[in-house]
Structures are given as structure tokens and as C-alpha cells.
Ligand binder design. Structure first.
Ligand SMILES: Nc1nc2[nH]c(I)nc2c(=O)[nH]1
Length: 262
């Protein structure tokens, strides 16, 4: 079964479970973003991803692992709680299966959120940053074959302007995806700075490329949950990182609830 066939099968299964509802937008809620999903409203349907073709159970039990169908203003949203990370070793196709399923289900826009490290000391833990562009350091691509997809304006300037209408204080950053699961060394963060990156994470870029290949408009939103390695001089602690994300994510839920219906 090709990746497209699997996405079609998953979209058909979703349609069956949501009464054939037409969805306009998909959101992928990353680490620490689960509380933001609740701000989007009560779902009409919530389906375990493991029940859908091509998806697996969440890497960490209890951390997401479902997809919601929820009405947000005039739009109907597919909200993926959690994602498959590249570092799980399930392959790139598994990492981007959610985005491809959403595209097969007919959505035109995808919002990719993540928790990440920040290189700008002004961005305290809990600061949301719009992704203006990315640097993919995974040395791979979800695209197979001689399909030379253009990635200019990959992170829609139109959607970023819309977000800034809602919250003019939003900064922008260049997101760098490392394979992970280890964090960066201070020397690697020095390299990121030298190549123009300001956010570091372990997700998002491969999903964004697959979204563009599928013709979707992409909005990327990072939640800085820690200062990148070597900036604060403190070691990175994943639990603190998730705590900071949770505290800020409900504010981000309000932003998403304002932007999605537009
Ligand atoms: N690569 C990378 N990923 C992250 N995810 C989170 I939350 N914080 C970080 C970080 O500092 N570096």
C-alpha cells in the first residue's frame, strides 16, 4: 500500500467515524500544547489514532494519541493530539502520515505547533513564536522520487499576518529541526545561531514539507519552553520544559480559537 493509499484509507476511516463531516483545517498539537486543544471547544468526535490505518499508539502513554473533530466558528477542525516524532524510528512516512491523512480528508490548511528551545534570551519559557521559515537538519525528506517541490513562503505569510492581527506582540523565528531525541550541545546551538536559526526542535519541518507537497497552506507556531542549550548555563530538564509549555498553551489556545475561524 502506498503512503497515499494509507492516507486515503485513514481519511475514509475518519469520515466514517465523524459522520462524513467535511473538515477545513487540521491542527497538530505538539508537546505541551494539549491544554490549548481544549480552548478550541468540545469535540463532536474523539477517535484513538491507533484505531485508524497507519497510525500507532502514542509513544508516551497518556500523552495524546487521539484526533478530535471540533467546530471552531465556521470551520470544522481535525485536531491531532500528539504526533509521531522522527526519533521514534518509525520512518519519515509515519511522521507525516497525519498531515497526509488530513490532506486526503480535504483540509486546505494545517497548523503545526511544537514545543521548542529558543536562542533569543528575550523569549522566556512560555513565549509563542510564529515560524517564518525552517532549516531541516534531519538530512531526509518525506517526498520520494524526482518531485522537486518549491518551499518558498512555506510558512504562509498570509496566516502569519492574520496571527499578528490577533496578537501584534508575536515574534517570528527560524525553526531548526534536529533528529533528536537528545538535545543539542552548546556548540551545536552556536552552529544554529551561525546559520540563522532561532528556534530548535525535533519535529515540524518534515510535516511542513509533506503539507506543501499536498498543496496545503501551512502555519507554524512554536512555544519556547526552554532556552536552548548553553544559553542559560543550566542543564535542560524535560519535565520543566513541558510544565512551561502547559502554562502558556492555554493562552495559545485562545489565539488559535481566534485565528482558525478567519
Ligand atoms: N531539539 C530540541 N528540541 C526541543 N524540544 C523542546 I520542548 N526543547 C527543545 C530543545 O531545546 N531542543
Amino acid at each position: 500500500m502506498t503512503t497515499a493509499d494509507l492516507a486515503r484509507a485513514a481519511a475514509d476511516a475518519l469520515s466514517e467515524r465523524t459522520g462524513g463531516a467535511a473538515h477545513d483545517v487540521a491542527l497538530v498539537m505538539g508537546s505541551g500544547w494539549l491544554p490549548a486543544a481544549d480552548a478550541l471547544g468540545t469535540p463532536d468526535h474523539e477517535i484513538a489514532l491507533a484505531d485508524l490505518p497507519g497510525f500507532s499508539a502514542p509513544a508516551v502513554a497518556g500523552h495524546g494519541g487521539t484526533v478530535r473533530s471540533v467546530q471552531v466558528g465556521e470551520r470544522r477542525a481535525l485536531v491531532f493530539l500528539g504526533r509521531t516524532h522522527f526519533y521514534e524510528g518509525k520512518g519519515v512516512a509515519a511522521v507525516v502520515h497525519g498531515v497526509r491523512t488530513a490532506a486526503a480528508a480535504g483540509v486546505r490548511t494545517v497548523v503545526l505547533t511544537n514545543g521548542c528551545g529558543g536562542l533569543d534570551p528575550r523569549w522566556a519559557p512560555g513565549t509563542p513564536v510564529l515560524i517564518s521559515d525552517h532549516i531541516n537538519l534531519t538530512a531526509t525528506s518525506p517526498i520520494e522520487g524526482a518531485n522537486f517541490v518549491d518551499l518558498t513562503d512555506l510558512y504562509s505569510s498570509r496566516l502569519r499576518a492574520l496571527c499578528r492581527e490577533v496578537d501584534p506582540s508575536l515574534d517570528e523565528g527560524v525553526y531548526v529541526q534536529f533528529p533528536g531525541p537528545h538535545y543539542e550541545t552548546p556548540a551545536e546551538i552556536g552552529m544554529v545561531r551561525a546559520i540563522g536559526g532561532t528556534l530548535v526542535g525535533m519535529s515540524t519541518t518534515l510535516e511542513a514539507i509533506a503539507a506543501r507537497e499536498a498543496g496545503l497552506e501551512v502555519l507554524g507556531l512554536s512555544l519556547v519552553t526552554n532556552l536552548a542549550a548553553g544559553i542559560s548555563g543550566e542543564p535542560l530538564n524535560h519535565e520543566e520544559v513541558l510544565e512551561a509549555g502547559k502554562a502558556a498553551a492555554s493562552r495559545m489556545g485562545a489565539l488559535l480559537a481566534d485565528v482558525i475561524p478567519r
